[in-house]
Write a protein that binds this ligand. Structure first.
Ligand code: GMT
Length: 374
């Protein structure tokens, strides 16, 4: 198949999933065209069957807000016409599904299908905002295929938008060979002092992640267990997190590493992963930790319950209850046999349910099903 993928190039989960899916499809012999405003960070140049098309947005004094969605629609049309795409797969509804719809409508004399994968905040936060509600609903209803990354997100989409179309749940996935226990060149000593446990959090540090809960949970753990908090990623809440660590007197035990490409290197030496988000449609970062046999402590909210099996691969506590999360963390870190059981179970679950090959095959089958529809 000839497949176009429109996505965000940044460190968020939707861009990662879109890129990894594109790479896996290309390895299977499909021709993959990725469109974005810059090269997604996991999309290495010069890979067989993968082509990157940068969307350039021209500014003009009249434009207070340069219209990226229109530039993307034009670029999509150009790529569709030049390369004869069979399908365009938009990741994150806004604006990608809208641009794909526009491009398909502009394409004269040839049929081309559009699919949108809903990732989470495109539905629960951005799409739910009055400014984008109607256009998001329209784009979902007019796509030839719609997928969501969890049952939770499928339900939330129906509830928020009242849509009745078929929404296929295709979960996120991991490369279990890359995210694997022990597969790292990094030494623990690069991140922590001897005897310190490594507690990790990876995100884009937006308010939805409840970053203060990460710091408070770690503070509770640190009071009992010699440990270090490793923060990976950047975003608006990072500064506040570091200030809180200062106030709590634990700043010397918090390391902020900024944005990192190879999070698997850090996860492979981590002892515990924290994800207390207010809402995760899925929680790809938690899955990546589980694949590295790292137990996860998080909040019982959204789709995270479909990834982390409470009591088996980690613990899910009430939203905002960082004291309970701290207690669970201590319990896991102080008991090596328990820690190992949770880690092994996480690895097993990640490989059994979310392995890349299995999910990519489901996407391929879904593409064929959509293409076969009149
Ligand atoms: O977490 C974010 O805000 C970024 C966002 C994205 O689109 O990059 O993440 C969402 O999509 C990921 C990939 O499907 C999911 O694993 C995340 O759970 C989801 N984030 C939220 O629902 C908050």
């Amino acid at each position: 198949m000839k497949i176009g993928i429109a996505c965000y190039p940044t460190f968020g989960g939707s861009g990662v999933v879109a890129t990894e899916l594109g790479l896996a499809l290309a390895q299977r012999g499909h021709e993959v065209h990725v469109l974005s405003y810059s090269r997604p960070f996991r999309l290495e140049p010069l890979q067989e069957n993968v082509f990157f098309h940068e969307v350039e947005v021209t500014t003009y004094p009249l434009f207070r807000y340069p219209p990226y969605d229109l530039a993307l629609a034009s670029k999509l049309l150009e790529v569709m016409e030049r390369h004869g795409l069979d399908i365009v797969h938009a990741h994150y509804a806004i604006p990608h599904a809208v641009s794909a719809y526009l491009a398909r409508e502009m394409l004269a004399g040839r049929s081309m299908k559009t699919i949108v994968t809903l990732h989470g905040t495109d539905i629960t936060i951005v799409g739910n905002d009055a400014s984008y509600f109607q256009v998001t609903k329209f784009a979902i209803e007019r796509s030839d295929g719609v997928t969501a990354v969890s049952n939770y997100l499928e339900g939330a989409t129906r509830q928020i938008f009242g849509v009745t179309c078929d929404i296929r749940v295709l979960p996120n996935f991991i490369d279990a060979e890359r995210f694997a226990p022990g597969r790292t060149h990094l030494k623990r000593e690069c991140l922590a002092r001897p005897g310190e446990k490594i507690v990790t959090h990876v995100s884009n540090f937006r308010p939805v992640k409840r970053i203060p809960d990460v710091v408070q949970t770690f503070a509770a753990i640190h009071a009992k267990v010699p440990s270090r908090l490793v923060l990976v990623g950047e975003g608006p809440e990072l500064g506040r997190a570091l200030e809180l660590a200062e106030q709590l007197g634990i700043a010397d035990f918090v390391s902020s590493l900024g944005k990192r490409d190879a999070t698997e290197e850090i996860l492979a030496v981590s002892d515990l992963f924290l994800l207390p988000s207010e809402r995760e449609s899925f929680g790809l970062a938690a899955l990546e930790a589980m694949s590295c046999a790292v137990p996860v402590i998080g909040a019982r909210a959204g789709g995270l319950v479909e990834v982390v099996e409470d009591g088996v691969t980690g613990f899910l506590c009430e939203l905002g209850d960082f004291e309970a999360m701290g207690r669970r963390g201590i319990e896991v870190l102080e008991n090596p046999a328990h820690h190992r059981r949770l880690g092994d179970a996480g690895r097993e679950r990640a490989v059994r349910l979310f392995d890349r090959q299995q999910i990519v095959t489901r996407y391929e089958d879904y593409y064929r099903e959509i293409l076969a529809r009149r």
